[in-house]
Design a protein around this ligand. Structure first.
Ligand SMILES: [Zn+2]
Ligand SMILES: [Zn+2]
Length: 686
């Protein structure tokens, strides 16, 4: 009987969906996790690969509030962008879910209840800023002020962006509410704390047991934290967006995002109906290995906080390995959206090149031990010389030669390998074994290098045997050589799959073989090849193509962070001014006009907004109105409305709204203000 397959669960860091991922995010978790998942599948492990979006927390709630969206709408928008990017890059998630799903909320609450029952949760009081005008406490980013460490005036309640120090909201000097700008007072509130300190000794033993499995820097950093002493951590927040705390006394609270996010690994696995991968029970003991792939800023989360939660809960397996990756820089500097430096992935699919080419160079940049750096000239050179000149060239010249001279058909029948064939196949297979060991040790970049060494061996062999010379005098010799080359192509198709899934599929296709990529196939000798429809794997690159690619990928459809900040500031200013008494002069500044709605469309990404085209006489305007819940688009056609026309245009969901339609709101909802008689479009109001 076959022994049951060893189960492996791989997770990639959960992206926080308030922005567009860049190539640093890709090499910092998604890509290495994917390569490893694909590789382990080729070794016949039972692999489950989960990922998803981290959607809770104050940054999203505030960003949504400022954009007049609800947090779910904002998350929907970014979630779809993220998901598409990972799909295009062939990140082979079994599931890419989201923490806003109901199953995640339920799983988090159950997880908490268990920790609570086991005695690791206590109540404690903390001082928090409170805004009287907004009638709310101001956790984390809800408060801004001057950093007590460096004097930066726009530090946020959780961290100062300038000096990087973590902050308490009450530490800020000159604090102000991030929503309305008023000066908050300090109040005391009761919150729940996770007693991390109780688990210190257990964690220390567990981390020490990971020597030889985790990288030494991950172990050193984790033990360093324990040595400094673990403190209780507040796990609740007085905001609305998040997982509700399932205790009556705390029903107005949600869990702090760092508490609920990692539980996503469990809830996403549960969504796949694979609950048993996490459950600690004797049947599973030692038979599931959990790998977390994460960026270096997340290491402590995954080696201390998260395992502590699992230990306190006591029902789940602990991670086997935590792979902590370093950072990727870009052309001599840090990747920065506000400075438009880096490659942001939203437009990668418009780059005009195969996603394998991106994966190829990005694999070389996986920051396994130290920070790496994207360089365009290196991208050009490496792609041309190694991917195309070596790998692609060997595959294409082999397959074209067989298609042309053997009518595509070549097989093992009555073929006696000579010394050269035995030697070359031996070399290839030794290299493949080295590749396998390298990969199992977690060195993915070196794993890819071994593959290129194999195609190098193939090219050398073909060059030496010169099968084109033997075609006439010694056809059998030529057939032998080309069978061997086809075999090497087949082996390459199997082992390049984790890195270059599209190309692997194309090679299998040209070989006309419908098989799953498996490492063991490297040892097959007897195959009937029927090669057809040979296509060039990659198109050679030059400076001009690189410039085009640069142009295509730098079109960022979403506002830059700086732009967003400016917009947010503008809105805070407007809101601050809203409540002041105004003069008649002020009122006269409002340019109100009658308009007729000519078109009304739903926006698929939004369940709140309708896109209206309004005729204002001499001009038409596109206006987004948050009335979808109260009006059917079709009923709005030809309705006349009052439009505030000199409002600064603003972008929502990538559409510019060029004005505002006046409406009244009561408990039933929103009602448009409509003139009682038809008026001429463009008529002034005042
Ligand atoms: Zn600071
Ligand atoms: Zn306020």
């Amino acid at each position: 009987m076959d022994k049951p397959k060893e189960k492996i669960l791989i997770t990639s860091a959960l992206p926080y969906v308030n922005n567009i991922p860049h190539i640093g995010n890709i090499v910092g978790s998604h890509l290495p996790a994917d390569i490893f998942a694909r590789f382990m599948r080729t070794l016949n492990y039972d692999v489950t690969f989960v990922g998803g979006a981290d959607e809770h927390g104050t940054p999203i709630e505030i960003a949504a509030q400022k954009k007049n969206l609800n947090p779910k709408e904002l998350c929907d928008y970014y979630y779809n962008i993220h998901k598409k990017i990972y799909e295009w890059l062939n990140i082979s998630y079994d599931i890419f879910s989201r923490t806003s799903n109901e199953i995640h909320h339920r799983t988090t609450q159950e997880f908490f209840t268990e920790i609570y029952k086991n005695g690791y949760i206590k109540e404690g009081k903390i001082s928090l800023p409170y805004c009287e005008k907004c009638n709310r406490v101001l956790p984390d980013r809800y408060v801004e002020g001057t950093c007590p460490h460096c004097g930066y005036e726009k530090a946020r309640g959780d961290q100062c962006e300038m000096c990087g120090n973590m902050l308490n909201p009450t530490e800020l000097k000159n604090p102000r509410c991030a929503i309305c700008g008023s000066k908050p007072e300090i109040v005391e509130r009761t919150h729940l704390f996770f007693e991390l300190n109780k688990l210190s000794a257990q964690l220390e033993d567990w981390i020490k047991s990971k020597k030889g499995i985790w990288s030494s820097n991950v172990i050193a950093e984790s033990l360093g934290w324990i040595k400094e002493g673990l403190k209780e951590r507040c796990i609740t927040r007085n905001i609305r967006w998040g997982v509700k705390v399932p205790l009556e006394k705390f029903k107005d609270n949600v869990f702090y995002v760092w508490f609920d996010a990692p539980i996503g690994y469990i809830s996403f696995t549960n969504e796949l109906k694979k609950e048993n991968l996490w459950k600690k029970d004797s049947n599973n003991a030692g038979n599931v290995k959990i790998y977390h792939f994460i960026g270096k800023d997340n290491i402590i989360f995954h080696t201390i906080f998260w395992p502590a939660m699992l230990l306190a809960n006591n029902k789940f397996n602990l991670p086997y390995n935590v792979v902590g990756l370093q950072y990727l820089n870009y052309e001599g500097g840090k990747i920065s959206k506000s400075q438009n430096r880096g490659i942001f992935c939203e437009n990668l699919s418009d780059s005009g090149i195969d996603s394998d080419v991106w994966r190829f160079y990005l694999t070389f940049l996986i920051p396994e031990n130290s920070d790496a750096e994207w360089k365009w000239d290196e991208f050009l050179n490496k792609t041309n010389s190694e991917l195309i000149g070596n790998f692609g060239n060997f595959v294409n010249r082999t397959l074209l030669f067989i298609q042309k001279n053997f009518n595509g058909k070549i097989n093992f029948k009555e073929l006696n390998f000579g010394d050269d064939e035995v030697e070359v196949l031996g070399k290839v297979r030794r290299k493949a074994e080295e590749h396998k060991q390298t990969m199992l040790n977690g060195h993915l970049r070196d794993g890819l290098k071994k593959i290129l060494e194999i195609s190098d061996i193939g090219n050398e062999y073909m060059q030496k045997k010169a099968p084109w010379k033997n075609l006439k005098e010694n056809f059998e010799e030529s057939r032998k050589t080309m069978y061997c080359c086809a075999l090497i192509c087949y082996e390459l198709a199997n082992i390049c799959h984790p890195f270059l899934p599209n190309s692997s599929g194309k090679i299998f296709g040209m070989l006309n073989l419908k098989v799953e990529p498996k490492f063991e196939n490297v040892y097959k000798e007897d195959i009937e090849f029927e090669i057809k429809n040979v296509v060039t794997l990659f198109k050679k690159m030059d400076e001009k193509i690189i410039d085009e690619i640069k142009g295509n990928v730098s079109k960022i459809g979403v506002e830059t962070k700086e732009g967003k900040k400016a917009e947010e500031k503008e809105e805070i200013k407007m809101e601050n001014e809203e409540n002041k008494e105004i003069t008649y002069e002020d009122f006269k500044k409002l340019n109100l006009k009658i308009g007729t709605i000519e078109q009304a469309e739903e926006i698929p990404k939004s369940d709140r907004l309708l896109k209206l085209t309004v005729n204002l006489g001499p001009e038409k305007r596109i206006i987004l109105a948050g009335i979808k819940k109260f009006y059917d688009a079709g009923d709005l056609i030809n309705k006349q409305v009052i439009v505030l026309t000199n409002l600064k245009p603003r972008k929502m969901l990538n559409i510019e709204s060029q004005g505002m339609i006046l409406a009244a709101e009561d408990e039933e909802g929103i009602k448009l203000l409509i003139p009682d008689k038809k008026a001429k479009e463009g008529s002034e109001i005042g």
